[in-house]
Design a binder for this molecule. Structure first.
Ligand SMILES: [Cu+2]
Length: 334
C-alpha cells in the first residue's frame, strides 16, 4: 500500500526514482516532474506464497505512483532493460555427429534442443512502451515502442486534475498489461485538496495456472481463461492479511485505478458509503453518497469517505467472484 506518510520513503527507495526539479513553465509554482521508468523482468508475489515472473516498470507490480500538479510538465524517460535471458541452446547436429549417435540419441538430443529454443524464445527481450492516460499527445510518437537497450523521452503538460492509469501499450497489449506493466499517476489540482489520509489502490488481475509456487502466466490464458487472481496492488488478499489502519472519523481519500487488463471493478467499502466519488478524479462534477462504484479497465476515480466507529471494514470489488479471487482487504478503524 502507498500511504501519504510512505510517499517520501517510496520515492527515495526506488532504484529508478520519480523526482521533481523546479522549472518555469505554467503557473508560478509549476515544475518539471521527471519520471524514469525502466522496463524489466522481475519476480513478484501475486498471492501469498505464489510468485510470477512479471514484466514490470521499475521492478514492481503495480509500478510506482507518479505525482504531479496541474501546470507541471511531466518528462517521462522509458528505458527498455528487458534484454531477456541469456540461455544457450545446443547447436544442431552435423551429419558426422548424426552418424555417431543412435536414432534414439538423436531424437533425445533434438527434443532437448527444441525445448531449449522454445524457452529461449519465451524469455527473449522485447519491445516496450508507456502510455499515460493523463497526457494529451500524439501517441504514435510519444508512446512508441522501444527495443531492448534503447530509451525514449517525451513530455506532456499535466492539464487535468485526477487519477489516471499508465501502462505499456506495445502489442499484444493484453499480454503486456496482463504480465504487469502498469501504474497510477495522480495529478493534484493547483488549489490542493483538503487534508486527508491518502491511500493508493490499483486493481488488476493475473492469469494462468500455479505450479510449484509459481504462476505460469501466458497470453493464451489471458485470452481464454478467467483470471486466477484479482488483486489490490498486485497481491491477492494483500490487505486482508495486512489491514490498512484508519482513524475513526478521519477523512480518507482513496485514489483508485483499474488496470485490468480486462476485468471491471465494482468498488465498495462494507459498512460505509462514499461521501464523494470523483470519476477519473475530476473535481468539478463529483457524485455524492455512492455505495458502490463501477470502474472499468483503464479508468480510475477518487473516493472520499470516513469510517464512523471503531471496527474492521472490508473493501472489495463487489463483483463477488473476483473478490473471492483476492480483491478484498480491510480497513482497521480505531
Ligand atoms: Cu511492454
Amino acid at each position: 500500500m502507498f500511504t501519504q506518510g510512505m510517499w517520501g520513503k517510496l520515492l527515495a527507495g526506488m532504484l529508478c526514482a520519480v523526482f521533481a526539479v523546479l522549472g518555469i513553465a505554467g503557473t508560478a509554482t509549476a515544475k518539471v516532474v521527471k519520471v524514469d521508468l525502466d522496463a524489466r523482468i522481475t519476480n513478484v508475489e501475486v498471492a501469498p506464497g505464489v510468485k510470477m515472473r512479471a514484466w514490470t516498470f521499475n521492478g514492481s507490480v503495480p509500478a510506482p505512483v507518479v505525482r504531479a500538479t496541474v501546470g507541471d510538465t511531466v518528462e517521462v524517460t522509458l528505458t527498455n532493460s528487458d534484454m531477456g535471458s541469456k540461455i544457450k541452446c545446443p547447436k544442431s547436429l552435423s551429419k558426422k555427429q548424426n552418424k555417431k549417435k543412435s536414432k534414439k540419441q538423436v531424437r533425445k538430443y533434438n527434443k532437448k534442443r527444441k525445448n531449449c529454443r522454445a524457452k529461449k524464445r519465451a524469455h527473449m527481450g522485447m519491445a516496450h512502451s508507456v502510455d499515460f492516460h493523463a497526457a494529451k499527445i500524439a501517441p504514435d510518437k510519444a508512446f512508441r515502442s522501444v527495443l531492448p537497450g534503447e530509451s525514449i523521452t517525451f513530455s506532456f503538460e499535466a492539464k487535468k486534475a485526477g487519477v489516471f492509469m499508465y501502462h505499456c501499450g506495445t502489442g499484444p497489449m493484453l499480454e503486456h498489461i496482463g504480465m504487469g506493466m502498469y501504474g497510477m499517476i495522480v495529478v493534484d489540482p493547483v488549489v490542493p485538496r483538503p487534508a486527508a489520509k491518502e491511500i493508493f489502490i490499483v486493481q488488476s488481475e493475473f492469469y494462468g495456472k500455479v505450479k510449484n509456487g509459481w504462476l505460469k502466466s501466458s497470453y493464451e490464458a489471458m485470452q481464454t481463461e478467467p483470471p486466477k487472481y484479482v488483486t489490490f496492488n498486485g497481491t491477492a488478499m494483500k490487505y486482508a492479511n495486512d489491514p490498512i489502519e484508519v482513524g475513526v472519523g478521519e477523512p480518507v481519500r482513496l485514489y483508485f485505478v483499474d488496470a485490468g487488463p480486462s476485468i471491471f471493478s465494482s468498488f465498495h467499502v462494507v459498512g460505509s458509503w462514499f461521501d464523494e466519488y470523483q470519476h477519473d478524479g475530476n473535481i468539478d462534477e463529483p457524485l455524492h453518497d455512492v455505495s458502490t462504484q463501477v470502474i472499468g479497465p483503464g479508468g480510475g476515480g477518487v473516493f472520499e469517505f470516513t469510517l464512523p466507529e471503531a471496527g474492521r471494514y472490508p473493501f472489495v470489488t463487489h463483483s463477488i467472484l473476483d473478490m473471492d479471487k483476492g480483491a478484498v482487504g480491510f480497513f482497521q478503524a480505531g
